[in-house]
Design a protein around this ligand. Structure first.
Ligand SMILES: O=c1ccn([C@@H]2O[C@H](COP(=O)(O)O)[C@@H](O)[C@H]2O)c(=O)[nH]1
Length: 280
């Protein structure tokens, strides 16, 4: 029987830990790494990050946008990077932020979550603007294939705050209603202690304004971008996330990647240790 994503994630938390290294081949980073701003450059960059993360971080998160810039060659590079991370035993969260009507979003689910798909990953980020219900196809697929999904609920960028804090007719904020929909799904599917469907909650936010408390049970896993370059500090993990802190995946891209090809291994070791201390 295929292990659920929730169980695999719990294994990573108990093992290498909950640091997630972002793979974001910005043009300026490629240049600093001495690589060309081409598909081949993104491939080499991604492979070097995977190599540095192996054995030290349990999760990587390729930002699909940076590979997509190069069309089919970029996707080919992304396929290679994803495969090498999964072969190294690292969980891959593809940060693709897909969303659409159900019949189309199902195809996105197949792209990122179906066994044997060229871009097969362990989890994918999805956008619930068209309703969490529209994402049920990929959620079902994830349940069947032992994969995970992270639904945007409170994003780290300031532009999202007003809409995500807005109250629905029920009185809940949009973020809270997404959190509740995800929790209902996890309860019904009983994939493991944390559930296989999580939410994205930015570490830069004051979560009080999003009406997320009291935290629902079971609390879903939380993909937490915003550490490092966007200003959040790993030392503040417990303060930022409160009762959700136990399920937080600490994601950092630029702050780690900017240490360059010679510094990245050491940076990942140090960051993984900081995350362990902050989650003890
Ligand atoms: O709310 C969100 C959702 C996703 N992201 C993505 O995470 C990384 C953050 O990169 P840093 O360099 O660590 O700032 C990036 O790929 C974003 O697209 C996010 O920042 N906020």
């Amino acid at each position: 029987m295929t292990a659920s994503f929730a169980d695999r994630l719990a294994g990573v938390f108990a093992g290498p830990g909950r640091l997630c290294v972002g793979i974001d081949p910005h043009s300026w980073l490629l240049s600093e790494w001495g690589l060309d701003d081409t598909a081949a450059g993104t491939r080499e960059f991604g492979l070097r990050v995977v190599d540095a993360a192996a054995g030290q971080a349990g999760i990587v998160k390729p930002q699909v946008a940076f590979f997509e810039r190069f069309g089919s060659r970029g996707f080919e590079a992304l396929e290679t990077v994803i495969r090498s991370a999964r072969d190294a035993g690292i969980l891959v969260i593809a940060d693709a932020k897909r969303g659409d009507v159900g019949s189309s979003v199902d195809a996105y689910g197949e792209t990122w979550l179906a066994e044997g798909s060229p871009l097969e990953s362990d989890a994918v980020t999805l956008n619930p603007f068209q309703g969490v219900g529209a994402l049920s196809g990929p959620m079902e697929l994830a349940h069947r294939t032992g994969k995970g999904i992270f639904v945007l609920a409170a994003t780290s960028n300031p532009e999202g705050v007003a809409g995500q804090q807005a109250k629905l007719a029920s009185g809940a904020t949009l973020s809270r209603s997404i959190l509740d929909d995800v929790t209902t799904w996890n309860k019904a599917h009983a994939d493991g202690p944390l559930g296989s469907v999580g939410v994205v909650l930015g570490a830069t936010l004051d979560l009080d304004g999003f009406g997320l408390g009291p935290v629902p049970v079971p609390a879903p896993p939380v993909l937490a971008p915003g550490f490092g370059h966007q200003g959040a500090s790993i030392d503040d993990l417990a303060r930022i996330y409160g009762d959700l802190a136990d399920g937080v995946i600490v994601s950092e891209s630029r702050a780690i990647l900017a240490t360059g090809p010679d510094g990245i291994r050491q940076a990942i070791t140090a960051r993984a240790e900081e995350v362990r201390r902050a989650s003890a």
